[in-house]
Design a protein. Structure first.
Length: 245
């Protein structure tokens, strides 16, 4: 197999995956609590990538894995007492469809039954494992430690947990995560503060991501040109052989 063609094709495939990530990051630059996705590259040697006429095998670039950047986004004041933001590590735990989900998006709502929920209707978990029940139209406050007080009475504690290592979580939708490592159990976080009336913005820097997207597109175009040049060279070689014959 033509080593130039193989390497360029593999590079285009890797750039396509990177383009998908970059485009998704830009699309979610305004999504509350969204965390940036990045890719890690590596080289591999496959049987179909080996040139039998070359003493050394051909190595091809691939996207080895995707990973999430959990760097904290900026906190924006909203004035809405139902909005919460985490300052420090950790996630809010919510009752997702079939399992517990974790999120940094604290743009919460109050259901018709008075339960604190996400915008998607998932109940926010209380530190003891239940849900947080509030009386509608009665002022309440949430302390930096996550304690929920209404009419001078403690009514619950917002669960803020962490897993110690990001590999234990995988994305579930736009701004939710689910645990994928059974050996890593969620643990309460010490030192993290809950800010009422604020939400955490996406940690995507839109200008930087746009520049990266343009760079990836240019790299893809150069690889495309390399494939076209390879095809032209092969065609010219065939035509010259035909003339000699």
């Amino acid at each position: 197999m033509d080593s130039l063609l193989t390497a360029a094709t593999s590079g285009m495939r890797a750039r396509l995956e990177a383009l998908d990530l970059a485009a998704n990051n830009i699309a979610n630059s305004g999504t509350t609590g969204f965390k940036l996705d990045r890719e890690s590259y590596n080289l591999y040697v496959a049987p179909e990538a080996i040139d039998p006429e070359s003493p050394a095998p051909t190595t091809l670039p691939v996207v080895e894995r995707n990973w999430t950047d959990f760097t904290q986004g900026s906190l924006e004041a909203t004035g809405n007492p139902l909005d919460l933001a985490i300052s420090g590590p950790g996630f809010f735990a919510v009752n997702g469809p079939g399992s517990t989900l974790y999120t940094r998006n604290g743009s919460f709502r109050l259901s018709s039954a008075g339960v604190l929920t996400t915008a998607d209707g998932y109940a926010v978990r209380e530190a003891g494992g239940g849900t947080i029940q509030l009386q509608p139209d009665v002022p309440f406050e949430i302390t930096p430690g996550g304690a929920v007080r209404q009419a001078g009475v403690n009514v619950g504690q917002v669960a803020v947990v962490d897993f110690g290592r990001p590999q234990a979580l995988a994305k579930f939708g736009g701004n939710y995560f689910q645990a994928v490592d059974a050996s890593a159990a969620p643990q309460p976080v010490a030192g993290t503060q809950v800010a009422q009336g604020k939400v955490e913005q996406s940690n995507v820097a839109a200008p930087e991501s746009a520049v990266r997207l343009i760079g990836l597109m240019r790299q893809f175009e150069m690889l495309q040109k390399a494939i076209n040049m390879d095809g032209q060279m092969a065609r010219q070689a065939i035509e010259q052989v035909a003339r000699v014959s």
